[in-house]
Design a protein around this ligand. Structure first.
Ligand SMILES: [Zn+2]
Length: 424
């Protein structure tokens, strides 16, 4: 079921025209109502009246999380505070939280986008939907809650925690849909031990893999899809996979303009390339954001999907910009190195990457560890790992495989990357 075929299956040309019109309006509103944007646009010598729309998108300055922190709490509002219906917030890892303010119309839009997301997952009116995301300042719980109500479902606002009781409720109340983080879905699956069958699960707020999807689907017997969003732009519901294809997350393009930029330079990247996702809100009233840097790395694909929707799809988030390494001009994600190392049954799940500069060239060494006994001749093992790393990363690395137990272990967050390129 497609919740809003008008918006989700629009012809490409029609959508481009709609986005252009909404973008020009968003720029005009931001300029007129938010002093921060007025100053930014003036500095860029960009007059909203002369702004040509998406073709000139690159001329609009990028907005960062630091801008949000600097204008905490209400400095970026485009409406008087009295018009806010609600404020959510995300816990800042470095001090100040990030505020997510909503007008009544924003809450309404958000519910609509979450209803579309649930339908993408396979949801239908009349379903019992169990929401085990946390309720409160975090946007996950209330976002999916309003979305499920909007779709016409019976909502169980279970929130997080008390897993045994969650399983009892899932079973007794006949839930067919489950909304929670993927890791919590796996935990609930363990507790349920096969006693809960679902038609679909909608899981986001943390990165996960197809291997995890397979485990969740096997445990509950239904479809498990990825939902994406961030509180700064609205919360969950920015994009969601469809159950038919599970091949990228459909972006709600009538509400957001998505682009991919080079995280190092901010320059727009050609379609299909992996870079940082940048979002412009097209319908948000309380805090419109122009070209907001999400910090999430993914690629975009266009074209009609198997499910019939025509909206652009973003790949699953491949990592955070903060974690990305640039080695000889190639973007390298430690998570991909990890995936290659974990694929080998002969290697332990520990590794370290050492970057140095030799004769002005970046040099990458990947250090792994044998899972068991070190073979007498490890040449073949090293060559094989080096080959698989090159296939995956597109850049050469030297490989060392140490005896079991020799790489440093960490109590907290493991130090995987030693970047010594700045050192002589
Ligand atoms: Zn689709």
């Amino acid at each position: 079921m497609i919740h809003d075929p008008g918006a989700e299956c629009m012809a490409e040309g029609e959508r481009r025209a709609l986005q252009a019109e909404r973008l020009r309006a968003a720029v005009a509103t931001a300029y007129a109502s938010v002093p921060f944007y007025r100053a930014r646009l003036d500095a860029a010598r960009l007059s909203p009246a002369a702004f040509a729309g998406p073709a000139e998108l690159g001329r609009l300055p990028l907005t960062t999380k630091a801008d949000l922190r600097e204008h905490y709490p209400f400095g970026l509002l485009a409406v008087p505070r009295e018009q806010l219906a609600r404020v959510h917030a995300s816990s800042g890892t470095r001090g100040r939280p990030t505020i997510a303010p909503y007008t009544r119309a924003d809450v309404d839009l958000w519910a609509e986008l979450c209803a579309r997301s649930l339908a993408l997952a396979g949801g239908m009116p009349g379903d019992v939907v169990h929401v085990a995301y946390g309720y409160g300042l975090f946007t996950g719980g209330l976002g999916l809650h309003y979305g499920a109500e909007r779709l016409g479902c019976t909502v169980i606002p279970a929130s997080a925690g008390q897993s045994q009781r969650q399983v009892t409720l899932l079973r007794d109340l006949g839930a067919v849909g489950l909304a929670c983080t993927p890791s919590y879905a796996l935990h609930l699956a363990e507790v349920a031990a096969g006693s809960v069958r679902l038609r679909y699960g909608i899981h986001g707020a943390e990165p996960w893999t197809d291997a995890m999807r397979a485990r969740i689907e096997a445990a509950f017997g239904g479809d498990a899809v990825d939902i994406y969003g961030l509180s700064e732009v609205i919360g969950p519901g920015v994009a969601c996979e469809c159950r038919e294809a599970k091949d990228g997350l459909h972006i709600q393009e009538d509400a957001f303009l998505a682009e991919i930029v080079d995280p190092a330079t901010g320059a727009p990247l050609p379609e299909g390339e992996v870079g940082e996702l940048v979002l412009t809100t097209l319908r948000k009233q309380a805090m419109p954001l122009l070209r907001y840097r999400t910090g999430d790395l993914c690629s975009l694909a266009r074209g009609t999907c198997r499910c019939g929707r025509t909206t652009a799809r973003m790949s699953r988030v491949k990592g955070r910009v903060d974690d990305m390494l640039i080695v000889r001009g190639v973007n390298v994600f430690p998570s991909e190195i990890e995936a290659v190392v974990l694929e080998s049954p002969h290697l332990a799940p520990h590794y370290q990457v050492v970057l140095t500069r030799q004769a002005a060239l970046d040099h990458m060494e990947v250090q792994a560890e044998w899972a068991g006994e070190r073979p007498t001749d490890d040449t073949a093992g090293r060559a094989e790992l080096a080959h698989r790393l090159f296939e995956r990363l597109g850049v050469h690395s030297d490989v060392t495989i140490h005896p079991s137990g020799s790489l440093p272990r960490s109590e907290g967050k493991a130090v995987r990357v030693l970047d010594r390129r700045g050192q002589a």
